[in-house]
Design a protein around this ligand. Structure first.
Ligand code: HEM
Length: 415
């Protein structure tokens, strides 16, 4: 293959060498499935799936089957579309699809010979393990401005992220035309995927901000903990109930968005130095749960259901506790439930020498106003606000799934 450096860097955008490479990698991936399976098995914890199907009605990485319901490592990368015209944008989404399809399947990269830059970084070795990688692609309201003629296709409920009273949003950490959520069992797999994708989409998508995240093993059991030390994710809806709360199935939304989901990402700093000086009792009152077991304060075990009817004045679980405000568990608030899929982050130190740590709060729902915003507005003055500081994020629409090998992300949107 006569591949000069410039064509290679332009990747699939021009439809040339990059597309050929992408196809070669995808074919290589399929051929190597059996061989890769053994390696993939070394992925996450023994019982976590090594691969998540790429094709389907919904994208992977939202509802992720497996004991811990999410992979251990993640990157949230907001990108700005820099493609010159709608056709170029379409080509970028095609390339992104090819890369995601190949990377999530795993397999060896093609050998281009010593005279060419290698097709793959080899960060994961010569045979790329799938390692539970999911690539979840979402679009922001800004993509529907006048650049690509998409204004009339904008989903009814997609808006820029609202600013809430205790937010200190920084431009550099907010918004984006596209949100790429990469998750895998190990951080090097996430790094590898991001490096591959940015290489192939350069010129059409420009990274704007990025926050890497991690999820801890359950300690000692049950749900994993956030960096305030509490189990986080316990009361998430599961199975059919979760599906009925998150996937868009709404005639008032455009046809291309059906089967998608609204994604809210909030980058929230945690003031752990202050938190670690708060008494255990006060910490538990703030959440309404015990720190050791995760049990609600009126129960004994993590998955016990709090009984608010028996505690109308909040003597046991305070009325302003996080769980009581977030989900009052009344018939009227049942359709406000959402699916949380958050990660911890640790970026070292801030400019003042404080630990720079927090939470990439991520949730999925059918309707941001009915679900996330209603819950967030109830939480506005909760006692926890003194210990957390939201400074970035955005609202996005997670595209419906890529159906088969002839489909690609946003095909119906950009047709
Ligand atoms: C740094 C910020 C946050 C932290 C540390 C945090 C932590 C927690 C913890 C420890 C729980 C209890 C265990 C569980 O059921 O998962 C919980 C529950 C919950 N949180 Fe948060 N949370 C944060 C922000 C938010 C935000 C922004 C929302 C939505 C607007 C939210 C919505 C919920 C919901 C819906 C529940 C489940 C309540 C239930 O069904 O009982 N949280 N959160």
């Amino acid at each position: 293959m006569d591949l000069n450096r410039r064509n290679f860097l332009r990747g699939g955008l021009a439809g040339g060498a990059g597309t050929a490479l992408a196809a070669a990698l995808a074919v290589g991936g399929a051929r190597a499935d059996a061989a890769a399976a053994a390696e993939n098995g070394s992925g996450g914890q023994a019982s976590e799936p090594a691969t998540y199907p790429f094709h389907g009605a919904h994208q992977a990485g939202v509802l992720t089957p497996g004991p811990s319901e999410k992979q251990k490592a993640a990157a949230f990368v907001a990108l700005d579309a820099t493609a010159a015209a709608r056709e170029d944008l379409k080509a970028v989404f095609e390339t992104l699809t090819d890369r995601a399809r190949a990377l999530t399947a795993g397999g060896p990269a093609p050998d281009l010979g010593v005279g060419q830059p290698p097709a793959d970084s080899d960060v994961l070795g010569p045979s790329i393990p799938a390692d539970g990688l999911t690539v979840t692609v979402s679009v922001g309201a800004s993509l529907f401005d006048d650049r690509y003629g998409l204004a009339s296709a904008k989903p009814a409920k997609l808006t820029p992220m609202r600013v809430f009273p205790n937010d200190a949003l920084e431009d550099a950490w907010t918004g984006g035309d596209v949100m790429l959520q990469l998750c895998a069992h190990h951080p090097d797999t996430v790094h590898h995927a991001l490096r591959d994708i940015t290489k192939h989409t350069r010129g059409g998508l420009q990274p704007r901000w990025r926050m890497d995240g991690f999820d801890s093993p359950p300690r000692p059991s049950g749900t994993s903990r956030n960096l305030l030390g509490f189990k986080d994710g316990t009361a998430n809806p599961t199975g059919d109930e979760a599906a009925s709360l998150i996937w868009i199935d709404d005639p008032s939304e455009p046809a291309w968005a059906q089967g998608g989901s609204y994604q809210v990402v909030r980058v929230i700093r945690m003031l752990t130095e202050f938190w670690d000086r708060v008494s255990l009792d006060e910490q538990q009152q703030m959440f309404g749960r015990r720190r050791d077991s995760g049990a609600p304060l009126d129960g004994n075990a993590e998955f016990d259901t709090p009984d608010y009817a028996k505690d109308p004045h909040g003597d046991v679980i305070p009325l302003d506790s996080h769980i009581r405000l977030a989900n009052p568990r009344t018939p009227d608030t049942a359709n406000q439930r959402l699916l949380r899929r958050s990660y911890n982050y640790d970026r070292g130190l801030d400019a003042n020498g404080n630990l720079d740590v927090g939470h990439v709060f991520t949730c999925y729902q059918q309707d941001v106003v009915r679900q996330f915003e209603t819950v967030q507005l109830r939480l506005v003055d909760e006692p926890l606000v003194d210990y957390v500081q939201p400074f970035g994020g955005g609202y996005f629409l997670t595209l419906p799934g890529v159906r088969d090998s002839s489909d690609h992300y946003a095909k119906a949107l950009l047709a």
